[in-house]
Design a protein around this ligand. Structure first.
Ligand code: ADP
Length: 468
């Protein structure tokens, strides 16, 4: 049988409470009884002693003061002469048999109804004449106030145990509700695979409610990463399907039409290169995800790398009528992977051309358009507090606030009409490559005014031993 933790805890502390209260009750009754009997005996002895003072001997006769009450506060008194004959007194109706008189003797008697009584006899010499005074009292433990108190305890203690057990059970049941919900939600998710399910009981400040919130957060992230995974697979298939379809159709044409062959081969070559580029980027990202993107780092002159990329890009952009400016501080060294650093810079400058210049070649303008203020790219390299900071800046349309965070996501493209070539993987790859080189990359952009991408990599101290 499966017993819930709530039931287990409730049973445990109820049994514990029962034992504790039972012991407590037993001790109270025991000490109460003892104390009550002691009180009864003391009172009996005092009453007998007091009674003796109310008796006087005049000649042969005993005169008992009228103040002496033979029944006072539960104590019955009787006065006997030396021979044991009753002079005056009262005795309880429940005691049909009384013991023989015996000096200074406290006796325990059983009444006709089974109740406990005490009798105490004392022999006094009053006016040289002996006289017996006997007192009889019912054990106080049986008096009504005491037994009423015991009855109250007998009812109150089990009620207290029941209420505590019940209250504890309710509190625990409520407290554990989120746990039951967590179990149910996790079971539902693993059965239906529906990651959008959430735990409802999250209002509360205790640890279990916090656990529910944490689980919800975990489900949220799981759902997001599953969605991203799905989206990623769909995007990859889509991106690969398009060039493949072109390659298949072009090769079909080329087979049928010999004259078209050269043009078809050009297209096939372009599409195959595009696919290869895409697969390379995907490989880089996959390696980065699994922590296997190993940079072959060495002591490099970053300034020289920037110069060479700037030179190459200047040559390519000049043809399009784009002005390429570079301000590169010489002698900045970094510990990095040369080919990765080059890929980073080429990607950023390619993006500046594609998305930050009007003459990006998309319009298929014949010949170069004169460089104007909308067709300028600037690359800079500086050493700032021991870090090599390389910027690639353009004066293009910039990036809107709503997109700025998302441009680093895989396959995220803002305006697909500005360039047909891109796949939305460039910046995510740049980020992975910069990370592999121990640096970081950020973007500042003002819509309508341009964008500035900054790559920051720790610089090595220069040969003289100082960090510039
Ligand atoms: P792709 O590989 O397709 O070029 P990226 O990941 O490099 O994609 O860039 C993602 C998106 O970021 C692009 O679709 C583009 O809209 C935007 N973007 C990148 N660089 C710039 C830039 N210099 N100016 C404006 N937008 C840019």
């Amino acid at each position: 049988m499966r017993v819930s933790i709530t039931t287990k805890i409730t049973i445990w502390y109820t049994v514990f409470l029962l034992i504790i209260t039972g012991c407590f009750f037993a001790v109270i009754i025991n000490t109460g009884n003892l104390r009550a009997s002691e009180l009864a005996k003391t009172k009996l002895m005092d009453s007998v002693a007091d009674a003796s003072e109310e008796i006087e001997a005049i000649g042969e006769k005993f005169i008992i003061d009228s103040d002496l009450s033979f029944y006072d506060d539960g104590v019955y008194l009787s006065v006997y002469d030396e021979s044991g004959a009753l002079i005056e007194g009262r005795r309880p109706a429940e005691l049909s048999i009384l013991p023989r008189l015996k000096d200074k003797s406290m006796k325990r008697l059983e009444g006709d109804d089974g109740e406990v009584w005490y009798s105490y006899d004392s022999l006094f010499n009053i006016g040289e004449k002996p006289i017996w005074v006997r007192g009889v009292v019912k054990d106080f433990a049986q008096n009504s106030a005491f037994s009423f108190m015991i009855k109250i305890f007998a009812v109150a203690l089990p009620t207290f145990v029941i209420l505590t057990a019940l209250g504890g059970y309710i509190i625990m049941k409520r407290g554990f509700r989120p746990v039951r919900e967590i179990i149910k939600t996790a079971e539902d998710i693993s059965r239906d695979g529906d990651l959008s399910k959430r735990i409802e009981s999250v209002r509360g400040r205790d640890e279990i409610h916090k656990l529910a919130v944490t689980f919800n957060g975990m489900f949220e992230r799981l759902e997001k990463s599953f969605k991203e995974e799905k989206q990623f697979t769909a995007d990859v298939s889509h991106e690969l399907r398009t060039p493949l379809a072109v390659i298949i159709s072009q090769s079909d044409y080329a087979k049928e039409d010999v004259g078209y062959r050269e043009k078809a081969l050009d297209t096939i070559n372009r599409e195959a290169r595009r696919m290869s580029g895409l697969i390379n980027k995907l490989l880089t990202l996959a390696r980065s995800d699994s922590g296997r993107l190993a940079a072959e780092k060495e002591d490099l002159d970053f300034s020289e790398i920037c110069e060479s990329v700037a030179e190459q890009q200047r040559y390519l952009t000049e043809e399009k009528g784009i002005k390429f400016i570079s301000e590169i501080e010489p002698g900045i060294r970094v510990f990095g992977d040369e080919s990765m650093l080059m890929r980073i810079l080429i990607n950023l400058t390619d993006n500046a051309v594609k998305y930050g210049c009007e003459n990006n070649g998309k319009d298929d303008r014949s010949g170069a358009v004169d460089a104007d203020e909308k067709n300028i790219i600037k690359m800079t390299l500086k050493n700032k507090d021991g870090y090599a900071c390389c910027t690639v800046e353009d004066v293009g349309p910039g990036i809107d606030e709503e997109h700025i965070e998302r441009i680093w996501e895989r396959f995220y493209r803002i305006n697909t009409s500005r360039s047909d070539e891109g796949s939305g993987l460039g910046l995510s790859m740049v980020k992975a490559l910069v990370k592999a080189n121990g640096g970081e990359v950020k973007v500042d952009s003002c819509p309508g005014e341009g964008s500035k991408f900054t790559v920051i990599i720790p610089a090595l101290e220069d040969k003289s031993g100082e960090s510039k």
